[in-house]
Design a binder for this molecule. Sequence first.
Ligand code: HEM
Length: 408
Amino acid sequence: MEINLDTKYVKLDPKNPDFYQNPYPYYAEIREKCPIFYWEDFNIWCFVNHADVDAVLRNRDFGVQIDHLAPREELGLDQIPENVKVFHNNDSHGILGMEPPKHTQIRKLVQKSFMNRQIGGFKTRIEELSHKLIDDIEKQERTNLLESFATPIPITIIAELLGVPIEMGSQMFKWSHDMVRMYHLGKTEADEARAVKATIEFSDYLRMHVAERRSKPKDDLLTQLIEIQEEGERLTEEELIANCILLLNAGHEATVNVIGNGIYALLKNPDQLQILREHPELIDRAVEEILRYDTPLHFFKRWVLKDSQIGDIRFPFKTQVAVLLGAANHDPGVFENPEKLDVMREYNPHLSFGGGIHFCVGAPLARLELQTAIPIILERLPNMQLESEPLFADTYHFRGLESLVVRY
Ligand code: HEM
């Protein structure tokens, strides 16, 4: 890493294994030297301090969209390249790509359907599923927990909640993976083509499903979203499909990684694992700590919607900035001993679910999944140990393990 203290420019390759295996020491050095820095490899100004990250997420002068203000041409911005238009078009119809007033309106609808389902009702289902998976795991001597436990739980639950057949689970997993490649640095034309293909196939699949639900409504989120659409005409077909894709993708990507990162963190910190085993009532705190300690989503961009200044840096209209959630979650000004996993940590205002108007809609479901599944695996596999030291995947934004092989 090269830090230029005068310009606050930093050269740091996110594809360097030393960095993506453990970005936290790099964040600590950057925070000490220039907590608002220009990341040359991404060509973007970035924030690492908790206060700055929180402020940017909440500040309405920074937004996820810019072309709601005027067409890109008028703003003097490059057009979206023709070959990736389908992907961007879908993205901009999901709430994560929208600004108010449209965002407020659609988020309310999505959230309403989400709440109606009474997420709490899914606890029994998560318990049942976790036990069933461990019944199979127990038949072997070792397993890759990422495949056999961490992945199937969030995928099954989000598919059942939406009302999409779980037989499509592995296909959805693949579509989702192909789509999120669009956010990786150094994405190739082949990655773009794969992301577009996945968007088209996923949308077509859901469109077919929506048509079926229209004729045969069921007790699921898809039916509720369709009914909202038909009642008030407030959700267009494009918005309906884009938000279903968003819920299905966001509904498993990060949760899978938190289950994996969390179990790994506990196995690496046997004293903390012991405390949790002896005091299962600490699970809610332990889950928040796992979310903080090894943050699953590290990097989010925002457009500057109005000339702004933070610290001594000016951010002109139409440029972009990025917040580093993993860095904010390790800010020693906020978290005592931030590099330590402490399942008893009381004060823990982590930013893993974001903040402000785009705060994660699925946070209650993700928390329920983690608070339910993790204690079950700890109880059922009391002798679980790492078989080998796992590696993190080369996907800096999405921090998760390649595999997590344990024996028991
Ligand atoms: C541990 C698991 C999860 C983590 C760490 C996480 C994290 C986040 C973060 C950081 C954001 C804000 C992004 C931004 O500000 O640009 C977000 C938004 C969102 N998340 Fe999650 N998420 C998780 C699980 C879920 C689940 C289970 C669902 C769905 C069931 C979900 C659905 C969404 C949606 C729809 C948004 C967009 C909200 C909006 O734009 O208003 N997430 N999530």
